[in-house]
Design a protein around this ligand. Sequence first.
Ligand SMILES: C[S@@+](CC[C@H](N)C(=O)[O-])C[C@H]1O[C@@H](n2cnc3c(N)ncnc32)[C@H](O)[C@@H]1O
Length: 261
Amino acid sequence: MTRMADRVPPGGVDSSTPNSARIYDFMLGGKDNFAADRAAATEILRAFPESREGCRVNRKFLGDVVRYMANEAGIRQFVDIGAGLPTQDNVHQVAQSVDPKAKVVYVDNDPVVCVHGRAILAAAPGVAMIEADMADAEKILIGATETGLIDWSQPVGVLMVAILHHLPNPYAEVARIREAMAPGSYLAISHLSMADSRRDDTTKLQSTYDSPRSVGLFPRTVEEITRFFGDFDLLDDTAFIAPSVLRRFAALGWGALARKP
Ligand SMILES: C[S@@+](CC[C@H](N)C(=O)[O-])C[C@H]1O[C@@H](n2cnc3c(N)ncnc32)[C@H](O)[C@@H]1O
């Protein structure tokens, strides 16, 4: 596999500003990151030493919810918003291990992620990557349709895993996407949480992203995160994250899967 530095989008790569996708790649043990990303990751690990393990737990959550949607709920089309740099157990690999005809559209607003993702996914049938911002839900809905892979009139699995905490107020956009999803669809969300017991550490975490060119960080309480699911029926989160793991990471993050009635 070629490294990210070998593929550069038209605007070039800003390697001096820490970047969410690359910090996460570093946390997962990947090679697609620069010194600024590693320095930011080191700061994050100082505030939350458990965050590397948290990234792995988050990635496992993503794989587990996709497996559940494909196996138990018969979902055959997925839209992964804030997809990040391709790593192990990408959504299409998990979904297509259940049904090789499963379709997946990846969405990210980072041009580097998109260039890299397209190159890696080029050979994968039934898979596309589109560049769009979560702040523009309409573009995501239309873009996914235009790939020819997603039919919003049929049940779909939508993933917003470790992305919504980068947006200051994405409630209206999430609601627009929920509205477009057919009954029987599923929405998976994981999100950095804001626990009073770790408020100082959370503030330190926010400051590592606090650069004019970097994405922001907006941790939320579990109650605020739950509101993203609207009137969808929440599945028991202990089905995807063991209670002991949920307790250990309560200060760092929370995730759940919900079904549209
Ligand atoms: C921490 S990574 C998560 C990757 C993957 N979803 C996972 O959980 O394994 C967050 C991703 O969200 C993307 N992202 C951040 N803000 C976004 C936005 N406003 N619209 C679309 N993507 C965004 C970043 O570029 C990055 O690739």
